[in-house]
Design a protein around this ligand. Structure first.
Ligand code: FYN
Ligand code: ADP
Ligand code: MG
Length: 571
């Protein structure tokens, strides 16, 4: 019996949907697919690999999807995720929605069943109207029905994902498409590469003048860097704007490292001082959403004027009035601002007041990081991690959890752009192992994941994927035995408290059973030693870091969002 590969290569004059799809992706400089295979896309994976493409195969589609989403963030090229129909598609859809919400370019390609049967609801194998289900969760959803449309379908998907505000695109691939044939010559003619898929968007000169005027008259200007600024890959130009003007900056979580956290103008350690105290805030690729208290309230203090740089025009005024909207791509807008602000220097007394607060916060934090406790807590364990990672400025740090997330963001410094990869706009748990696979394969550099034990559980099975591809990933599970805390007792509960896991789990043994390295760390010294050893070995490793079950606080630093019942509470 001939397999698909032999059959097609013998019929040299014909090509088919499988091959056209592969050719279209390759000519667009896409070399990696993340996915889970099965009906009707298995042969696509086989052919892709046979033709030299990378295929990273996962145990669950959601993690393949998260991998694709973060690959998009790191590279500015759409990350590609391939799934089977109905359930596989739905599993991937969470990641597509996540990519869209976070403004990461990604394309989810799912095989789908026969439309004639699906549309009449006649009960096909994995019957589902995938195209319509995907629509609200992405920038655009397309279906390619004919082999001759594959070229235009891929071009449209790529342009949609990367142009303007980046986001997720769904591409529906009916099973029948893959086996449709065309002559090789016609097929080649039908494929093309989109010209300038993410065109520059130059800001209007009067908009720039308005912003320059506002900034020049500010007494206490502040630059707020969001993950859009990190995504834009104009690191040098943003750094120059900050250094030339002397304006202090504070990064949002995934913008940490765009300028080193140790940069003298970094105001992150004085966040609760600079946000209310500043008078003009320049948002670069950051939205005034929940993570920024919607630009109002006590987080921001009294009157404030915002300059906002964003490629999406209707992001302006989403929460409060924007005094100087700068609609355009960050590269073009920052260049225009630098020209307009030439010679301007922010008041040095403002910067020195901030520097004093920063030094104070750091001095307050330092002893907590170095104080030993009978069982590790978040401060001393992450203090140890911070010290080790100083020697590895180019590792990617994946981070999720509640306390594990908030403490790691505060304690562990970042030195290079796009190296901190975390839960993002949704605060989603489950990004962990998918992000690790993508970060390792895209950068070719080591990855360290700091994972809450609850967060790790969402993607834990994917450590087999890390082992299978022998990726240089070290996963630290901050094991306190529960969600938030591991010692909760609920009076009157029939079962163990609903926030608890089995006490004393050995996640390191799980890694060993798959063939990776496992370590069990009970002190900051052990954690530091194993972490260094793991990174240097380049082998997939899991460190089970035993954290005091009573350490941690409800919902980390966003307690205010975790509402509690007031019924029966004493006034
Ligand atoms: C920061 N800080 C520091 C330092 N860096 N102190 C000392 N040294 C250093 N290097 C201080 C900073 O000034 C803050 O203190 C505090 O540490 C926290 O800093 P952060 O993280 O910048 O500020 P904050 O208020 O926590 O940030 C708000 C936030 C962020 C909403 C943007 O918390 C965030 O990204 N949250 C995501 C949460 C999430 O998604 N969780 C997942 C779901 S968990 P003060 O200045 O004193 O305030 C489900 O339960
Ligand atoms: P954070 O969560 O770090 O604050 P957000 O995800 O809220 O960041 O905001 C990122 C913003 O960056 C989005 O509004 C998006 O439209 C914008 N953006 C992304 N890429 C670019 C770019 N190249 N030029 C301009 N704006 C961009
Ligand atoms: Mg926990």
């Amino acid at each position: 019996m001939k397999n698909d590969i032999q059959a097609v290569s013998e019929a040299t004059e014909l090509t088919d949907g499988f091959h056209l799809l592969i050719d279209a992706l390759k000519m667009n400089n896409i070399d990696t697919i993340y996915g889970v295979l099965g009906i009707p896309v298995t042969a696509l994976g086989r052919l892709w690999q046979a033709e030299g493409g990378h295929f990273y195969s996962f145990r669950h589609e959601q993690h393949a999807g998260f991998a694709a989403s973060i690959a998009g963030f790191i590279t500015k090229k759409p990350g590609i995720c391939v799934t089977v129909s109905a359930p596989g598609f739905l599993n991937g859809l969470t990641a597509l929605a996540h990519a869209t919400t976070n403004c990461f370019p990604m394309i989810l390609m799912s095989g789908s069943s026969e439309r004639e049967i699906v549309d009449l609801q006649q009960g096909d194998y994995e019957e589902m109207d995938q195209l319509n289900i995907a629509r609200p969760h992405c920038k655009a959803a397309f279906r390619i029905n004919r082999a001759e449309d594959i070229g235009v379908g891929i071009a449209r998907a790529i342009r949609t994902a990367v142009s303007g505000r980046p986001g997720g695109v769904y591409l529906d691939l009916p099973a029948r498409l893959f086996t449709q044939t065309m002559t090789v010559e016609e097929g080649a003619k039908s494929l093309f590469v989109p010209i300038d898929p993410a065109p520059a968007q130059i800001p209007a000169p009067d908009a720039v003048a308005r912003a320059v005027d506002l900034i020049k008259n500010a007494k206490k200007p502040l630059i707020l860097l969001g993950k859009g600024a990190a995504y834009a890959q104009v690191d040098d130009s943003i750094k120059a704007l900050i250094e030339e003007t002397g304006i202090p900056f504070t990064p949002m979580s995934m913008a940490k490292g765009l300028l080193s956290d140790l940069h003298p103008q970094n105001a992150a350690a004085a966040r609760s001082f600079v946000l209310p105290e500043s008078d003009v805030v320049i948002l670069i690729g950051a939205r005034l959403n929940w993570l920024l208290a919607h630009g109002k309230g006590k987080t921001w203090g009294g009157s404030k004027k915002f300059v906002q740089i964003d490629i999406q025009s209707n992001e302006m005024d989403s929460n409060v009035q924007i005094a100087a909207p700068l609609v355009g791509d960050i590269g073009s807008v920052v260049a225009a601002l630098r020209t307009g602000l030439k010679g301007f220097k922010a008041d040095a007394t403002w910067m020195s007041a901030i520097a004093e607060r920063v030094a104070g916060s750091k001095a307050k934090l330092a002893p907590k990081l170095a104080t030993a406790t009978p069982l590790m807590n978040y401060s001393n364990s992450l203090g140890a991690v911070r010290e080790v990672l100083k020697a590895y400025p180019d590792i990617s740090l994946v981070n999720e959890g509640a306390n594990a997330l908030d403490n790691c963001r505060m304690i562990v410094d970042q030195y290079q752009p796009r190296k901190r990869l975390d839960t993002g706009t949704w605060g989603v748990m489950g990004i962990g192992m998918g992000y690790c696979v993508a970060a390792a394969t895209v950068t070719g550099k080591p990855v360290v994941a700091v994972e809450g034990d609850s967060a790790f559980g969402f993607s834990g099975m994917e450590i087999e994927t890390l082992v299978r591809y022998n990726l240089p990933v070290t996963v630290i599970v901050m094991n306190n035995g529960g969600i938030y805390k591991g010692d909760e007792v609920i009076a009157g509960a029939k079962e163990a408290a609903c926030t608890l896991f089995t006490p004393g789990i050995r996640y390191d043994k799980m890694m060993e059973s798959f063939g990776g390295q496992g370590f069990h760390a009970t002190t900051p010294e052990e954690l530091a030693k194993f972490l260094k050893q793991a990174i240097d070995s380049g082998k997939p490793t899991l460190i089970n870091a035993v954290i005091d079950p009573s350490a941690g606080v409800e919902s980390g630093r966003i307690q205010g969002l975790n509402i509690v019942s007031q019924v029966g509470k004493k006034k």
